[in-house]
Design a protein around this ligand. Structure first.
Ligand code: URA
Length: 435
């Protein structure tokens, strides 16, 4: 088999066979295919697409390109949740404890922030002492004993995605639905859960800018899971504005705690209850969404979901007292206010730019090796739809220096759209796929 022929076949719109896809993934991971040939194939896939069978086959080959996690020693249904990424998305910190407090085993592997989007591992690491680089046996023990553990990806999990993602990043081939679907699902399948709930984001802060693309991606991922003999389902949710009010690592942990105490922002609370309900329906803990929402809401009201987060944090070596006394995790050097210049309505926020402002404050990385400032970030005091008077605080910034705040203010102001009337309301949850 020759890589040249595989590239030419896809260039001409052909369908690659199982053997060709297996050859490509295995030989590329071994280092036998040079990056220029892999790039040519990725670009051909971007332009020509893939059939559902090809996408599923590519995913399974990627899944098995390295280690996989075996969760079979844990009793019961094991579930995982994945968000395609956004700004202010701290739902895992709320949803995983709710589901675990109702008996769903949440064995969750999470990532770090990518570009303008935040990552759960960075958020958790703002809790003093908390470890996310857990050896496999410790990860399994915590899931068995506590019911939930959120760890970083350790070991040699899906090396094919590590290599391919790095290549896509520099060859303008990230924006391909089959490539995104196979990248995400290869990692989710390798992480071993039986049920995978996908939160596919759409809007200005998401990879999928249009609802149509978000639906296509969700459908592709649900089909891949079915090919692999696993269950996946998706919610399509809004990322045209940041989720909740807090953007930044410690700030988001604090907002997640407030949400688990029943005092969270309305949009974040609604989405977390809906995602937890999705997990309860998928794992058979509830017969429909109405029952599941009531169960999930009940775990917030009775304090059991928050107690579960505390238990998880302590099991992972973190100081659970920081979840009650935020001074233990949040100590910004500078607090800075951004105020409105004139009266009107806040009509929209370019969410990607808002995420970029939080990175400039120190909450994310501009380069892979950059350190994160756990206390950095922003709190939105106005959201789209709100009336604004001149002089009102639009957002509070937290950073290590005033100059970071001034740079971020420019980016943030450019993200805001004002008008004389409020915008049309936008749904938070657009669709459910695969339930
Ligand atoms: N997230 C991933 O893990 N992979 C992609 O290709 C895009 C987003």
């Amino acid at each position: 088999m020759r890589m040249y022929d595989i590239i030419a076949k896809k260039r001409d719109g052909g369908e690659l066979s199982d053997e060709e896809l297996a050859f490509f993934v295995k030989a590329y991971v071994r280092g036998d295919i040079p990056d220029y040939q892999a790039s040519a194939l990725l670009m051909a896939i971007c332009l020509r697409g893939m059939t559902p069978r090809e996408t599923a086959r590519l995913t399974l080959e990627m899944e098995h390109s390295g280690d996989t996690v075996d969760l079979s020693s844990l009793e019961g249904v094991k579930a995982d949740k994945h968000s395609t990424g956004g700004v202010g998305d701290k739902t895992t910190l709320v949803v995983a404890p709710i589901a675990a407090s109702l008996g769903v085993r949440m064995a969750k592997m999470s990532g770090r922030g990518l570009g303008h989007t935040g990552g759960t591992i960075d958020k958790l690491e703002s809790i003093p002492g908390l470890r996310t680089d857990l050896p496999r046996d410790e990860f399994l023990r915590i899931v068995r004993e506590v019911g939930v553990c959120v760890a970083g990806q350790t070991g040699n999990l899906v090396p094919a995605d590590k290599k391919l993602y790095a290549l896509r990043d520099v060859t303008a081939t990230v924006e391909s639905i089959p490539l995104i679907a196979s990248s995400i699902m290869s990692k989710k399948l390798a992480a071993g859960a039986d049920c995978i709930l996908l939160d596919v984001k759409t809007g200005s802060g998401a990879f999928m800018k249009t609802l149509e693309d978000a639906r296509t991606l969700a459908q592709a991922m649900v089909e891949i899971a079915a090919h692999a003999g696993k269950r996946a389902a998706a919610l399509i949710t809004d990322m045209d504005r940041p989720l909740g009010n807090a953007v930044g690592n410690a700030l988001e942990v604090m907002e997640a705690c407030e949400t688990l105490r029943g005092r969270g922002p309305a949009d974040l609370t609604e989405l977390c209850v809906e995602l937890a309900a999705g997990l309860l329906v998928m794992t058979g803990k509830a017969s429909d969404f109405t029952e599941a929402r009531t169960l999930a809401q009940g775990q917030i009201e009775n304090g059991q979901a928050f107690a579960k987060l505390r238990e998880m944090v302590a099991a992972q070596g973190g100081d659970a007292a920081a979840l009650d006394d935020f001074r233990l995790l949040f100590a910004p050097v500078v607090r800075y206010e951004v105020r409105a210049g004139e009266d009107g309505f806040l009509c929209g926020i370019d969410t990607e730019r808002c995420g970029a402002a939080s990175v400039e404050l120190g909450a994310g990385r501009e380069k892979k090796e950059d350190a994160i400032d756990p206390s950095a970030g922003l709190i939105l005091r106005k959201k789209p739809g709100d009336r604004v008077r001149a002089g009102d605080v639009l957002a509070e910034f937290f950073a290590a220096s005033e100059s970071q705040c001034r740079t971020a203010e420019e980016t943030f102001r450019a993200a805001l759209r004002f008008g004389e009337a409020p915008p049309e309301p936008r749904p938070l949850i657009f669709d459910r796929i695969g339930f």
